[in-house]
Design a protein around this ligand. Structure first.
Ligand code: C2E
Ligand code: MG
Ligand code: MG
Ligand code: MG
Length: 287
């Protein structure tokens, strides 16, 4: 808290330092401590193909707060981004995901790729690709075990540097997914310039896909666009049978959502991996 002898300046600070700003500062300090105390943990949400096979999972960070319980990322990722804490936080999520994947694999479970959300600040680091490479190497994992989820706006904003980093990641063999596809920039030119492997349809389009004709058309267009460019298409936020049936009919490749599984703590994700081994899916059915 800045206290000035100058009366005018002090008044300025006390007016501007409103409740919201103070709460943010407190949250930032709390988050900094949480990183040190290892209170940030990864949950994993399974992803299935249309035969019901477990084909991937998304790492989703949670804050296991000693007093407030489990806090979702929407409540602290924005503050992490504004404060720069997103760099150590994002690195922690990535390395935890690779450590978990490696442990499961060593326990004899199948190597199912993990998708990790990446923030703009992480992606803008000049040594980002090298950091990813060394993290994979440290855990003895092939690059194909990792997918990075970026957003449209990140690719547009970072420009030439983004192309360079993406090139390095692609050369490495890490797959790139565009998250929340359809909610960002409408310029599609970048899709053919960048080595993108997967489009992830935003859940806002999936929600009413079988009842709102605009969403029906948008989802169909995204699936066709992705397939025309040789990409795989994932639908997120699938909650109902009706949504799933529509998406399957339109040819979506992979589904993720509460209909199949919520994001799971590490131990429960391990159970899901075991179940995938014990009960291999039969064609045309879902879990
Ligand atoms: P996202 O990457 O688009 O993740 C999907 C969000 O949808 C997750 O929310 C997930 O729990 C939720 N979800 C999954 N299935 C369903 C469903 O069927 N219905 C509904 N309504 N929601 C579903 P979550 O875990 O709260 O994460 C929110 C956002 O926070 C993520 O959106 C992502 O942008 C960000 N985030 C999460 N973990 C990380 C991280 O490690 N790093 C960064 N930079 N961002 C993260
Ligand atoms: Mg995501
Ligand atoms: Mg998403
Ligand atoms: Mg989303």
């Amino acid at each position: 808290r800045v206290i000035r002898s100058d009366g005018e300046t002090y008044r300025f600070y006390s007016n501007e330092m409103n409740d919201e700003a103070q709460a943010r500062l407190a949250l930032e300090a709390d988050l900094r401590r949480a990183l040190e105390r290892r209170e940030l943990i990864n949950h994993y949400q399974p992803q299935y193909d249309m035969t019901g096979a477990l084909v991937g999972m998304e790492a989703l960070v949670r804050w296991q707060h000693p007093a407030r319980g489990l806090i979702s990322p929407g409540a602290f990722i924005p503050v992490a981004e504004e404060s720069g804490l997103i760099l150590p936080l994002g690195d922690r999520v990535l390395r935890q995901a690779l450590a978990d994947l490696s442990a499961w694999h060593q326990a004899g479970l199948p190597l199912v790729p993990v998708a990790v959300n990446i923030s703009a600040a992480q992606f803008a680091q000049t040594d980002f690709a090298e950091n990813v490479r060394s993290a994979l190497e440290q855990h003895g994992l092939p690059p194909s075990a990792l997918e990075l989820e970026l957003t449209e706006s990140m690719l547009m904003r970072e420009g030439e540097e983004a192309i360079r980093v993406l090139g390095q990641l692609s050369e490495l063999g890490v797959r790139i997914t565009i998250d929340d596809f359809g909610t960002g920039y409408s310029s599609l030119g970048y899709l053919k310039r960048f080595p993108v492997h997967t489009l992830k349809i935003d859940q806002s389009f999936v929600r009413h896909v079988h009842t709102d004709s605009n969403d029906t058309i948008i989802v169909r267009a995204i699936i066709n666009l992705g397939h025309s460019l040789g990409m795989s298409v994932v639908a997120e936020g699938v909650e109902t049978d009706e949504q799933f049936t529509y998406l399957r009919g339109e040819g979506a490749d992979v589904v993720q959502g509460f209909l199949f599984s919520r994001p799971l703590p590490r131990e429960e994700m391990e159970c899901a991996l075991r179940a995938a081994v014990d009960r291999p899916p039969s064609k045309g059915t879902m879990p």
